[in-house]
Design a protein around this ligand. Structure first.
Ligand SMILES: Nc1ncnc2c1ncn2[C@@H]1O[C@H](COP(=O)(O)OP(=O)(O)O)[C@@H](O)[C@H]1O
Ligand SMILES: [Mg+2]
Length: 385
């Protein structure tokens, strides 16, 4: 996999990492601190070399002149250690100015010191026989060997500092949350929109197709009563009547899956008892939550229980299941367990991964414990705030 930042590159196995360009890029990144260093020299010269009465003006003026170019340079050189594009933030100018001041005051010389220690140290050791001809050949060779051994250490150190330094710059220029919250908000909007759409479909099916099927079923029932019982027509009408009743039952099931009116009207505990009551495997329900929870929390928990119970019936081969729900430290914790065969694997289907997606929108967490041989436990935690 291609790494996008120096810090990510550090997680590679040693040989591919040491053979990559990342340590060199970090050295280049840190060495580039001579540019802000030169800017500091310029400010110092403008302050110290100018005669007394003008100093108070030229010093700050020189600093002000440096801030923008240094900020631009910091942003530009970040790509050496961090290939992820920076998002636009509203207060960009203020952040860049802060970063420039930080760089001018402290960062540049720390960078250069780091390079000096990590790179120049091993280099001097390697070159001992050349730069210090007075030492004995044995001592010189030993120093060279130590120097060579230190090269990988230096590569790691310099990449760690370069990467951390880049992460710091990123944190100042585009703090986490500035873009993420917007993305999350739009995902939450999407889920809300889906939820409204589900309700609409449920209402349409309920008021339209279901009512017609009820009427059809009643008409067929009455027709059956009017016909002589042993006739062929009566038998066929009887079949049609059963089919219509079957279709009605299936439609009701479908509507419940699309959106549960019980959930909306009576809350999570009632809705879960309803789903569990229809499960072919006996399921104990023990849900104790104070009053009603926020709608997204209830809806998400409901889908988790529906999917987990569907899996229980379809895949587990269990003889018994249990659902528990509690609010603990501001989180709704729901657990669905069964005594079945276990071995549930999110990669084998779409249900569990779909749940994880849903949960990420409300900031929740899904954990799955399902060793081969069983039992299976699905646990979700959803923040209630
Ligand atoms: N309670 C369970 N017991 C045993 N196996 C399970 C259980 N739940 C899920 N699985 C296994 O994990 C797979 C993934 O589940 P899921 O993501 O819900 O997909 P599916 O669409 O197949 O239900 C299932 O195909 C099944 O093999
Ligand atoms: Mg499933």
């Amino acid at each position: 996999m291609l790494n996008r930042t120096a810090l990510e590159a550090l997680t590679r196995r040693p040989l591919p990492f040491l053979g990559s360009a990342w340590p060199w890029r970090c050295v280049a990144y840190l060495l580039a601190s001579v540019v802000p260093g030169a800017a500091v020299g310029f400010v110092a010269a403008a302050t110290l070399l100018v005669p007394e009465p003008l100093r108070v003006l030229t010093g700050p003026a020189a600093l002000a002149v440096c801030v923008l170019p240094v900020a631009w340079f910091e942003r530009w050189r970040l790509r050496l250690v961090d290939g992820v594009p920076l998002p636009e933030v509203p207060d960009r100018r203020r952040r860049e100015a802060g970063l420039a001041v930080m760089t001018l005051l402290a960062m540049w010389w720390i960078d250069l010191l780091m390079v000096a220690f990590t790179v120049a140290g091993p280099l001097l050791l390697v070159l001992t026989p050349v730069v210090q001809p007075t030492v004995t050949p044995f001592a010189g060779a030993a120093a060279s060997v130590v120097g060579v051994l230190l090269v990988p250490v230096a590569a790691y150190t310099v990449t760690a500092w370069g990467g951390a330094r880049g992460a710091m710059v990123r944190a100042v220029l585009a703090p986490q949350g500035s873009e993420l919250s917007e993305v999350l908000r739009s995902r939450a909007r999407l889920v809300d929109a889906f939820e409204m759409e589900r309700r609409r479909i449920e209402r349409d099916l309920h008021d339209g197709a279901q009512q017609r099927l009820v009427a059809l079923s009643m008409t067929l029932g009455m027709a059956r009563l009017d016909l002589p019982e042993s006739s062929d027509a009566s038998r066929l009408i009887g079949l049609a009547h059963d089919e219509a009743k079957q279709a009605l039952a299936e439609l009701r099931e479908l509507i419940r899956g699309v959106h549960s009116p019980i959930l909306t009207d009576r809350g999570l505990a009632a809705a879960v008892r309803d789903v569990a009551g229809r499960s072919p495997v006996p399921v104990d329900v023990d849900i104790e939550v104070p009053g009603r929870l926020p709608v997204p929390v209830e809806v998400t928990a409901y889908y988790v229980v529906s999917e987990a119970l569907a899996n229980l019936a379809k895949h587990s081969g269990a003889t018994r299941g249990a659902v528990t729900g509690r609010v603990e430290r501001g989180h709704l914790v729901v657990e669905v367990r069964d005594d079945g065969a276990g071995g549930a694997d999110p990669a084998k289907g779409t249900g569990l991964t779909g749940l994880a997606d849903r949960l990420s929108v409300v900031g929740g967490r899904l954990s799955l414990f399902s060793p081969v041989g069983g039992p299976t436990l699905v646990r979700v935690e959803i923040p209630c705030a």
